[in-house]
Design a protein around this ligand. Structure first.
Ligand SMILES: C[S@@+](CC[C@H](N)C(=O)[O-])C[C@H]1O[C@@H](n2cnc3c(N)ncnc32)[C@H](O)[C@@H]1O
Ligand SMILES: [Zn+2]
Length: 275
């Protein structure tokens, strides 16, 4: 299923190494994943989430705040693939594997998670081992250079992650579907009211997916009480505001022990237009 990131030929697995016919090889890490980023792409400044971000997201997600979203994505994916015998699903920009593992409950599905952060993928492996999950494979790779052959997958899922029009269209089968989850206008509005004097609602993300038709968009919105400072700060470190909030805003958050927040998600389903 994997292709060589250097010459794009098929990779074959021999013992603990993936090889292509041109002599390029990629070792399988001790935990069981493969790093398919070419050396020039392994740029420390552009290598996705760092260990602290992965840890904060894991601790937050494991409290179950986004379980409703994970279940909604899984149910949508199950419906989309219900007529397919052995569906292939890719979780692109899968982070530390929270949604990948929930999606793995789809009967007979093979799930492939990729992320550009090796720390995130390392964590995915711990998650599948811990939960005895057998139908997920993980690789370190970029959404903009997917390590899969043409027309490999029935469905690609992208949750709060970068989206590639060309690569997703290349890797999906004819009629393949794409689920894209992004923040709704009101997502985290209360958190933003603490950080900024004039909090703005989120604008819809424009992905330029001209090789796809939008079939439908739905919204999932609910409010939750965060009842510890730890949860508030973990959530904050998962957001883009973490990098651009003035010090006085951060200080206010550090002094807070409870916060009611709106979690809001846009869930869009697209279909590949051409073959
Ligand atoms: C906000 S996180 C979302 C992770 C996961 N989908 C979730 O919702 O928990 C964005 C993820 O995209 C990854 N990422 C960033 N650029 C990427 C790229 N070019 N290709 C693949 N993953 C990328 C980051 O490492 C990070 O894990
Ligand atoms: Zn090669």
């Amino acid at each position: 299923m994997y292709i060589c990131p250097i010459c794009r030929k098929k990779l074959k697995k021999l013992d603990k190494v993936w090889h292509c016919q041109n002599g390029h090889s990629f070792d399988i890490a001790r935990k069981g994943y493969v790093n398919l980023l070419t050396t020039k792409k392994r740029n420390p400044g552009k290598s996705g989430d760092n260990p602290e971000m992965v840890k904060a997201r894991t601790m937050f997600l494991d409290k179950g705040y986004y379980l409703s979203l994970a279940q909604e994505v899984r149910n949508t994916a199950r419906k989309i693939t219900s007529e397919i015998d052995d569906p292939v699903i890719i979780d692109s920009g899968c982070g530390e594997g929270y949604y990948t593992c929930v999606t793995s409950k789809i009967e007979k599905a093979s799930i492939y998670g990729i992320d550009i952060s090796k720390y995130a993928i390392d964590h995915c492996m711990s998650r599948v081992h811990l939960n005895g999950i057998k139908n997920c494979e993980f690789a370190v790779a970029s959404s903009f250079e997917l390590p899969f052959r043409d027309r490999f997958a029935d469905l690609i899922i992208s949750i709060f992650a970068p989206v590639s029009n060309d690569e997703y269209a290349r890797v999906l089968k004819k009629g393949g579907k794409l689920i894209v989850v992004s923040p709704s206008p009101k997502h985290l509005i209360e958190l933003k009211s603490i950080l900024y004097v004039e909090p703005y609602e989120n604008k819809p993300n424009i992905y330029g997916l001209n090789k796809f038709d939008l079939l439908r968009e739905s919204f999932l919105e609910y409010r939750c009480q965060l009842s510890s400072n730890e949860d508030i700060l973990h959530l904050f470190s998962m957001t883009p505001y973490y990098y651009k909030t003035p010090a006085d805003g951060v200080k206010k958050l550090e002094e807070l022990n409870s916060l009611q927040v709106t979690f809001g998600f846009s869930i869009r389903i697209y279909e590949k237009k051409f073959d």
